[in-house]
Design a binder for this molecule. Structure first.
Ligand code: MOS
Length: 774
């Protein structure tokens, strides 16, 4: 994918601060990944007699269940039992934020793919055969698939919310330009390579251990306890790693784990439930489609004076994480711009789709697409380049966000300036123009995309984590945190923190599985905050251990504790190497009966948010950056390629250069996919039509940029970020929004009559129609 990768004097990674890396570290999972030895849920050692299971789900999007005949399925040889809501000893309820979602449907079904029963058999093959023998009779009810229709019919998840800054009504009176419009952004399938799954096994005295592919082990534990009517201590959840999550396993890994646990509870035997791709696509929720409308007002000098937006979120049939996702839409409604008068409202609309859920960006991208659409529309009508409006309104130091937080450490203008100068924007613009003047069958388009993303769970109480560190008596170290490794490289970052702080070799440190009995009451690995929260807790634990070890060394070497240092596994006193090595120091500590285990807790300071006023300081800090995206559209076919995506990204002081670059590239490609080729389609009957990888296209090596360049912006980082290395998981996804507008500009170059569309994704079919529209 990368023909070139720029390294410039701005490269912050040459930093020589105490904790900076001596050498760059590879993702610690790369060795087992490449050899196919990494373990996932489906790789657990199953015990003798383990059962396999398949979910029986609704074949209609909305209706009353008249009758279900399980008798033929039950009689099939090898079928152990079929479980329904009647077999639930606790509550038939899995809704985390709002209790509106049963584990198994009772009298009614609300989406196509809603779980009704779990078929447990001696093999998955038999369970699948049995599923075909179940006969269900449903009295169909009206199906709603769009947010607008839900709004018209008064179907909502919860009450709408609004963020207000200044007074838009008054401000619009002073505007020289006012534009209104509507936008649509479609859903997006998370498409983790490892489908949803879990393995439950019975332990002693009725306890159950669940191995789950979840971003939220505590959510699985809590919900399993709720459904089984258990205290939480009887459920242990363990996660080695996920084959991708992207938000799709923040909340929606839970039902499968709970179903497996329910069957284990009844059968006192291990039960495995791994969805195949077809079942996974049909039964799980996706990024929320949004239907939105806006009104934007500008002055003559292109300052945005007022902005109003109404976001209709297609939440699906139950709340899931929709209210939290809706909230983040409001937080990011003005992207990286300062707008003095804002009124944004989000309405979570209840439809008959699978409950839509978290997906990288968590509602932020949907909000940002709308203001970028508003700017593009305003620019087209005024007759200026959208980048003029973008540039004129970039956020500055001490500007106020609509939610009351005062922006500090702002890098919006810096990253914008940097991207223009480093990549020579004027030259790129000239090249695009020259190309368009000399080509009639192909046209190029260009767009800039600045981003600003807030880091922290917007729900303040979730911003905490713990770490448990053991130093074993041979000097090796074992670390447990709440961080779930899902390919993002968080385990590598955790390892680096301990190895750097103790100044010991990487191979001396092991990152343990994420397990609820070692680290309890955790927030999910989400919101880009996993490395910050868990890393800070880990740093705290390691620092406490280091102090304890220094005291041991000070006694052994008969010198003041302040003079002790550990460097490369050697104890130094007064700057001189002693004959105490790390290993002998640990041995000495052991003999002196010093605790070599530490548990630490970290809760993000400063942040707060008052939901009654919709004001506060919800984010620890923000991440910034700007991308330049150029595309070439084939005007005969409507296909497009991205020539180059050039980014200046604010990593702070990146602690893991390779991992962070991978996160930027991966997120970017996912963002481009969402905006361009990934098209979720439901029939009017609520059936998922894009139900396989033959009908749902994600970007591949050939469909994304020939060149992706990422230059780190030299910034001081933030003390709220782990080792000043800023969160990187979600923010770069939103660079992908620029891809949509680059294509629009190419179409415009071909077809001067073209009226800009704000209806994503911009698939080749839509491009072709647009090229020849009048
Ligand atoms: Mo992530 S979308 O916050 O699980």
């Amino acid at each position: 994918m990368h023909k070139s990768r720029s390294h410039t004097p701005l490269d912050v990674l040459k930093d020589k601060s105490a904790l900076a890396l001596k050498e760059s570290i590879k993702n610690i999972d790369s060795y087992t990944h490449v050899r196919g030895e990494s373990l996932y849920v489906d790789d657990v050692n199953v015990r003798e007699g383990t059962y396999y299971s398949v979910v029986f789900d609704s074949p209609k999007a909305h209706g009353r269940i008249i009758n279900i005949d399980y008798s033929k399925a039950e009689k099939l040889g090898g079928v152990a039992r079929i479980f329904t809501y009647k077999d639930i000893p606790g509550e038939n309820q899995i809704g985390g934020i709002i209790p509106d979602e049963p584990l198994f449907a009772e009298g009614e079904v609300h989406f196509w793919g809603q779980p009704i029963a779990l078929i447990v058999a001696s093999s998955e093959f038999i369970a699948r055969q049995a599923r075909r023998l179940i006969q269900i009779e449903i009295e169909e009810l009206p199906v709603i698939t769009t947010a607008k229709e839900a709004k018209e019919k008064g179907k909502f998840i919860n009450a709408p919310r609004s963020f207000i800054l200044g007074n838009t009504e008054k401000a619009f009176k002073d505007c020289d330009y006012i534009f209104e419009g509507e936008t649509f952004s479609n859903g997006q399938e998370q498409l983790y390579i490892e489908a949803q799954g879990a393995y439950a096994e019975p332990l002693e005295n009725g306890s159950i251990k669940i191995t789950s592919s979840t971003q939220g082990p505590t959510a699985v534990q809590k919900t399993a306890a709720r459904v089984l009517g258990f205290p939480m201590h009887k459920i242990e959840v363990d996660v080695t790693r996920l084959g991708g999550g992207f938000g799709g396993k923040e909340d929606q890994a839970t039902p499968w784990a709970v179903m497996a646990a329910l069957a284990t509870y009844h059968l006192n035997q291990s039960v495995k439930l791994i969805l195949n791709r077809h079942d996974d696509l049909r039964m799980t929720g996706k990024r929320h489609p949004y239907e939105s409308s806006y009104k934007i007002g500008l002055s003559k000098d292109l300052k945005i004076l007022a902005y109003e937006a109404e976001f209709l979120q297609n939440s699906g049939a139950a709340a899931d994480l929709s209210p939290a996702i809706a909230e983040r839409t409001l937080f990011h409604a003005t992207n990286s711009y300062f707008v003095p008068n804002v009124k944004s409202t989000v309405i979570s609309c209840k439809t008959n789709l699978p409950p839509n859920t978290a997906f990288r960006g968590f509602g932020g991208p949907q909000g940002m697409f709308v203001i970028e659409s508003a700017i593009a529309n305003a620019a087209a009508n005024i007759g200026v380049s959208p980048s003029k409006i973008q540039e004129a309104n970039l956020l500055g130091e001490n500007d106020e966000f609509s939610y009351g937080q005062i922006a500090t450490g702002v890098e919006a203008k810096n990253s914008w300036k940097a991207v223009k100068s480093i990549y020579n924007l004027e030259q790129i613009e000239r090249e695009v123009e020259d190309f368009n003047n000399s080509h009639s069958d192909f046209k190029k388009g260009l767009a800039l995309m600045p981003i600003c993303f807030g880091i922290s769970f917007t729900n303040t109480p979730m911003n905490h984590a713990r770490a448990l560190v053991h130093i074993y008596q041979d000097g090796s170290v074992g670390i447990s945190t709440a961080a779930v490794e899902m390919g993002q490289g968080v385990n590598t970052k955790m390892l680096q923190i301990a190895a750097q702080l103790f100044s010991i070799a990487h191979h001396k440190v092991k990152i343990e599985t994420t397990n609820t009995t070692r680290v309890a009451n955790t927030s999910p690995s989400a919101a880009s905050s996993t490395a910050d929260l868990n890393g800070k807790a880990l740093l705290k634990a390691c620092k406490a251990l280091l102090e304890r070890l220094k005291a041991v060394a000070s006694e052994a070497l008969n010198t003041a504790i302040e003079t002790i240092e550990i460097k490369d596994e050697i104890v130094y006193a007064n700057g001189k190497a002693s004959d105490l090595s790390w290993n002998t120091l640990i041995g000495t500590a052991m003999l002196k009966r010093v605790a070599l285990t530490e548990n630490a807790h970290y809760a993000t300071p400063v942040i707060r948010f008052d939901k009654s006023k919709e004001k506060g300081h919800p984010f620890a800090y923000h991440v910034y950056g700007t991308a330049i995206i150029t595309t070439t559209v084939d005007c005969t076919r409507g296909t497009y390629v991205f020539d180059a995506i050039k980014i200046v990204h604010d990593y702070g002081k990146s602690m893991s250069k390779g991992i962070d670059l991978g996160q930027v590239e991966g997120a970017l490609v996912q963002g481009v996919g969402w905006m361009t080729m990934e098209e979720i389609a439901y029939g009017e009957d609520g059936r998922l039509l894009s139900n396989a990888l033959s009908t749902y296209k994600v970007p591949d090596m050939f469909s994304i940029a020939k060149t992706i360049d990422v230059v780190p912006l030299e910034t001081t980082g933030s003390d709220m970020a782990i080792l000043k290395s800023k969160a990187v998981g979600e923010p770069p996804l939103m660079y992908g929004i620029g891809a949509y507008f680059a294509i629009q500009n190419a179409i415009k170059a071909f077809n001067p009559n073209y009226k800009l569309k704000f209806h994503a994704p911009m698939t080749p079919e839509k491009v072709l129609m647009s090229l020849y529209s009048r």
